[in-house]
Design a protein around this ligand. Structure first.
Ligand code: MSP
Length: 499
């Protein structure tokens, strides 16, 4: 099986923040999880460098848009590295390989008869790079998202016949009820479609910063079509000397609700117009909020991922984001919230479990996992757990899957308390039971840690090594016998140093 997952490509109009990191971590968890299922995976992220959002910021800073992109794209790359994103390619829409492919596809849409020249008159938000429909215009003609004034535009430009795809889109949504998930987002997109689709601008006549329209080079391609096409073009040139489009297309997109319309409405229609298969699925997540507000550069309430990682580590950040906020919903995050989850769940529940299991096997069995059968009642609690996690992650339910895994962590801790291996160890006649208990704990810890590996790649790798597990494929409870010698393990989540 092949699996292709993407993040939005981020505008190079400011420093990366935790909101961007969030989408990238989500996609990375899915990518890593599918690798553990032995799928062939391609994971793409990158930067969106054209259009007004970048051109206007460059102007404000007195630099060219290219200079701004050249300064900020490496910052986004660095962020991906720091959060341990395992992306296979990092696309920049200023790449030659991207731009020439965009032109080819736009030309094809034109040649297929889906483009015409017309006059646009209406409201436009340069920050969203979005032509607003009436229902999207806020009080005093402001942008509902940015709360800033919209501009009145009247211009001759090229249009994409979005309206011609009304019936096709409605059919797509009907035939594939999980094309857009979660369901309430699907309903939102579908009701937008059902309101009646208007044609949408495909080019900008007044802007110079973008990909030239191939048949009218005085205009540039509207940044959203340029940007959306990144998902397709990257497969053509992202791997040197190889076109992997056939192997990986169609994609699974991860994005937040702010850009739902572009992905769930414009994008499938545009692909149909270009004779390209529509995406496999898209998951629309909510916002991470700080003190009630969306984290954003313009609001100035951004949490710097570097600082969070410095204090808690990348794994803890990856864990926290999907544990604290239900993926799909908006949710509050805060430094105090980080601290508390870190202490109670990572240090006390998981880290401590690992240390206890390893040290008991060290003490009572000379550091060798006993070769025994686990007790049936523990085995029963692991029954079906891997399948449940797989099912949830197929639908990108990252929080529910993590809760399913955490249930196992809690169960193992409870099992330690119930069986009290330290008491069994005092009584020679309980040696057989102690073997079964210690084996069950080591096996449970191995299976649970393999499931957690996609979420927290670094710490879990250390624990798996200590458990003598060199593979990373997901495993059923009881599928490995005992007999392995344990390695050393430094505390997985050391207690925080409080200043
Ligand atoms: N360039 C466009 C996307 C083009 S995709 C073909 C864009 N860029 S952006 O820099 O504004 O990034 C928006 C995306 O960043 C959101 O959809 C979301 O994935 C992520 N997030 C930015 N802030 C966020 C939060 N506060 N919370 C969660 N995700 C956030 O739009």
């Amino acid at each position: 099986m092949s699996f292709y997952v993407t993040t939005p490509i981020y505008y190079v109009n400011g420093e990366p923040h935790l909101g961007h990191a969030y989408s990238t971590i989500a996609a990375d968890i899915l990518a890593r999880h599918h690798r553990q299922r032995s799928d062939d995976v391609f994971f793409l992220t990158g930067t969106d460098e054209h259009g007004e959002p970048v051109a206007q910021q460059a102007e404000a800073e007195g630099v060219t848009p290219r200079e701004l992109g050249d300064r900020l794209a490496p910052r986004f790359k660095e962020m991906a590295r720091k959060i341990n994103a395992s992306n296979d390619f990092f696309i920049r829409t200023t790449d030659e390989g991207h731009m020439e492919r965009v032109q080819k596809i736009v030309q094809r849409v034109h040649d297929n008869g889906h483009v015409y020249e017309g006059m646009y008159e209406g409201w436009y938000c340069p920050r969203c790079a979005d032509f607003k429909t009436e229902s999207e215009v806020g009080p005093d003609n402001t942008c509902l998202i940015h709360k800033t004034p919209l501009t009145r535009e009247k211009q001759k430009n090229w249009f994409f016949k979005l309206s011609a795809f009304q019936a096709d889109l409605e059919r797509l949504y009907e035939e594939r009820p999980d094309f857009v998930i979660p369901e309430f987002r699907r309903n939102e997109a579908l009701s937008f479609i059902k309101q009646g689709l208007q044609d949408v601008s495909l080019s900008r006549p007044t802007l110079k910063w973008g990909v030239p329209v191939p048949w009218d080079t005085d205009q540039v391609i509207y940044v959203w079509f340029d940007a959306l096409l990144n998902y397709y073009t990257a497969l053509g040139y992202g791997i040197e000397g190889e076109d992997v489009t056939k192997k990986f297309w169609p994609p699974f997109h991860i994005l937040a609700k702010d850009i739902l319309k572009f992905h769930a409405v414009y994008w499938p229609a545009f692909l149909m117009a270009a004779d390209i298969e529509v995406p496999r699925r898209m998951f629309i997540h909510g916002y991470l909020l700080m003190e009630g507000h969306k984290m954003s550069k313009s609001l100035g309430n951004v949490l710097d991922p570097d600082k969070v990682i410095e204090q808690f580590g990348a794994d803890a950040l990856r864990f926290y984001c999907f544990r604290e906020v239900s993926f799909g919903q908006d949710g509050q995050i805060s430094p105090a919230g980080f601290e508390s989850r870190y202490e109670t769940e990572l240090a006390d529940q998981y880290g401590n479990l690992a240390n206890r299991v390893l040290s008991m096997i060290g003490r009572y069995r000379d550091g060798e996992i006993p070769d025994a059968d686990a007790e049936a009642e523990l085995a029963a609690d692991f029954n079906g757990a891997v399948d449940r996690v797989l099912g949830l992650l197929d639908a990108a339910e990252l929080t529910q899957a993590l809760e399913e895994i955490w249930r196992l962590v809690r169960r193992l801790n409870q099992y330690v308390e119930e069986t009290k291996p330290w008491e069994l160890s005092k009584d020679e006649s309980s040696a057989g039971r102690l073997d079964a208990v210690l084996y069950g704990l080591a096996e449970g810890l191995r299976v649970t840690t393999l499931l957690l590996h996609a979420y927290m790649p670094e710490t879990t790798a250390r624990l798996l090594d200590a458990l003598g597990e060199s593979g990373r494929e997901l495993a059923e409870f009881g599928s490995r016998g005992g007999g392995q010698s344990l390695g050393e393990l430094a505390p997985l989540f050391p207690k925080l140093q409080t200043a």
